[in-house]
Design a protein around this ligand. Structure first.
Ligand code: HEM
Length: 543
């Protein structure tokens, strides 16, 4: 590459300079002075190289700059600038401060590039996807037994095999799971009818049971089921650790857990135990069900049914297991987040709720029936609500980090190989120029003046390029049916104090590592009418 040649020629020039000085000195008969000069020169070169590496400088910087960003400090580079919380907002502010939608920071020789604008993400992460589809090395993966997590796998044959199989299972065959989604959304409605105040628990049950049923045919008994408890803990702690210091300072990996202060390592070991348990429970159950001949159709049961639990091809088994474990950790956490946002945004926007209910009643008839997937094209406002929820509160506001496979140049900026590239979905979704009044919840922004959906179908919350969420079709079906069914049956609003005044619901969200969840809140959820309650009660588990 042009840049590497430039580097090579610069190093060569330095050497020539040194050799030149040595030769002049020798002819004057001052051999010892010449050797000393050479040694000092070499030492200076080595020191400069170490210093540049520490500061995150690259010799190519002599010709091409990195994108703008916070100034580096001696030895630590930007290590102290990386935010420990609300990174999506901090990086958005960096964009304003350094007046650029592409930013750079570095520490200890590692580079990070942050993209705050979809046009740049489109150019780099989409159009140049083959360069940007690696993931950074997460040393913590091994410690917490997250090697199986497809979303964190490095680029290579092993990831490609997983990606292809996952695409077939969750994209090409997404419609196969519609009956499971209908059953679980109806169970969610029944849960809300029984105990509306426990909406958080019902949302968790909905979000975890769908991927568990799809992948293992496993139906948790209740939110007290051990598997719900641990998968929640694993997802939260695991996602936090993926973003934690243990990744920036991989040396922590070698610190024994009994050393004082090695708490994050201890936590990692605990997550490792939970991860193992989380994998053991559903896989043992599906194998036992297959042996007893009572397994319901699922990714793993269909595979074992075809090849036998003991005689199946081992590589294919590992790939399907990895995809299934990833789906039920990753899918659950993101769906919990999106469902929390649905309830919060509807409780705080009665006029939007009413408009959606009018559309639903016009298509379904008032309390005549529940929504079905075939109604989707006839309900554009519900579609716009789905898009706007994921714009307003993307469950993974920084998506997941990509990593650059080779040196690249964008708009005159140098991006070195190995750079961690963060697509700041939050900043892109709240870009004033693209989404005017970005902090207002306005489904209408996705509609034209004739009430038709506009062609802005790109949902940034699902990420970018060849690492884009492989479960987005499944997620879209779950979310759409959930929004339509909830609004068709229930009214939601704030709770009321003793003087009859609304108790305001605040807009606080909590960060769980990479994920953003609505902070638990109280609200009033009531069936729209007795007929609506009857409709919900008439639903039952069907598979
Ligand atoms: C609202 C729900 C969901 C959201 C917002 C979401 C979001 C994301 C995002 C942002 C990524 C990273 C994209 C990137 O690196 O650019 C991702 C990756 C992934 N998602 Fe989802 N997801 C959701 C649901 C699901 C579901 C239901 C499944 C499985 C059935 C799933 C499976 C995966 C997998 C396997 C990956 C890793 C892809 C790879 O690295 O090659 N997700 N998701």
């Amino acid at each position: 590459m042009r840049i590497n040649k430039l580097n090579a020629s610069l190093c060569h020039k330095n050497l020539q300079h040194l050799v030149g000085i040595t030769m002049i000195s020798s002819t004057q008969g001052q051999t010892s002075v010449a050797l000393a000069t050479l040694a000092v020169g070499l030492l200076v070169m080595v020191l400069v190289k170490i210093l540049k590496k520490t500061l995150g400088y690259h010799s190519t910087r002599l010709s091409l700059p990195f994108p703008p960003g916070p100034p580096t400090r001696l030895f630590v580079g930007n290590a102290l600038d990386f935010p420990s919380s609300n990174a999506h907002r901090v990086y958005t502010d960096w964009g304003k401060k350094y007046q650029s939608d592409i930013l750079h920071a570095s520490a200890f020789g590692s580079h990070v590039v942050i993209i705050n604008n979809f046009k740049i993400a489109d150019e780099l992460l989409e159009k140049r996807a083959q360069l940007y589809n690696d993931r950074p090395d997460f040393p913590v993966r091994k410690i917490i037994d997250w090697d199986y997590v497809v979303a964190l796998m490095r680029h290579g044959d092993w990831w490609i095999k997983h990606r292809k199989a996952a695409h077939q299972l969750f994209y090409a065959s997404a419609d196969k799971y519609l009956p499971i989604q209908v059953q679980e959304v109806h169970a969610f409605l029944r849960g809300l009818l029984r105990s509306p105040e426990a909406h958080d628990k019902h949302s968790k049950m909905l979000s975890i049971s769908i991927p568990l049923l799809i992948c293992f045919g496993y139906k948790p008994d209740s939110t007290e089921d051990r598997i719900i408890e641990i998968s929640d803990q694993v997802a939260i702690v695991g996602l936090t650790m993926v973003q934690s210091l243990i990744n920036i300072f991989p040396v922590l990996r070698y610190v024994p857990s009994w050393v004082p202060g090695a708490t994050s390592r201890k936590l990692a070991e605990q997550v490792n135990e939970w991860s193992q348990e989380m994998k053991r429970i559903p896989i043992n159950r599906v194998k036992a069900d297959c042996t007893e001949g009572k397994a319901r159709s699922s990714v793993m049961a269909d595979f074992y049914g075809k090849y036998g639990t003991e005689t199946c091809p081992k590589e294919e088994e590992t790939i399907l297991k990895n995809i299934s474990f990833t789906a039920y950790t990753g899918a659950a956490d993101t769906t919990i987040s999106a469902t929390g946002s649905l309830l919060y945004l509807m409780a705080t926007h009665p006029e939007i709720q009413k408009k959606a209910q009018d559309e639903l009643d016009a298509v379904l008839g008032y309390a005549s029936r529940l929504p079905e997937f075939t109604d989707r094209p006839a309900l554009p406002y519900i579609e716009a609500i789905y898009r706007e929820i994921l714009r307003m509160y993307p469950p993974l506001p920084l998506s997941l980090p990509h990593s650059l496979i080779d040196d690249d140049v964008y708009e005159g900026y140098f991006l070195p190989k190995g750079t961690t590239v963060i697509g700041n979905v939050w900043a892109m979704c709240h870009h004033e120029r693209v989404f005017p009044e970005p902090f207002a919840f306005k489904p209408e922004r996705f509609m034209d003046k004739n009430g038709r959906l506009n062609d802005d179908r790109r949902i940034l919350a699902y990420g970018f390029g060849r690492r884009v969420c492989v479960g987005k079709a499944v997620a879209s079906n779950t979310m759409w049916l959930n929004i339509a069914s909830f609004l068709a049956c229930f009214d939601i609003g704030p709770t009321i104090d003793k003087d009859g005044k609304n108790i305001e619901i605040d807009d606080a969200y909590i960060e769980y590592g990479a994920a953003l969840h609505k902070k638990p809140f109280k609200c009033l959820i009531t069936p729209r009418s007795v007929q609506h309650s009857t409709l919900i009660e008439a639903t039952a588990d069907s598979i």
